[in-house]
Write a protein that binds this ligand. Sequence first.
Ligand code: FES
Length: 101
Amino acid sequence: MSEAPRGQVVRVKRRHAPLVVIEIDGEQVEAFAGESVLVAVLAHRPALRHLEFSGEPRAGFCLMGACQDCWVEIEGVGGARACTTPVSAGLRVSTGWPRFG
Ligand code: FES
């Protein structure tokens, strides 16, 4: 993780967890095992998704599994809240449409 951060979240302290590779909308990125999918996404880009109607960028709201603003699809799992889903190696995440068949 030597490149400059380009996301909305900047990790200020290195986690004592293994770095793993996950896929976010087809892009291979590094994330720390056990951190939330929301943190992994926002560490790499400025928004989680865009509203279907207005195109407004969204990045979750409550960050604790209550507001439903962070739904993504995890391959093999289906819909999941990004803020309460932990990262594991090989995880494939889709934040928009079309999603996994
Ligand atoms: S940000 Fe509210 S449920 Fe995930």
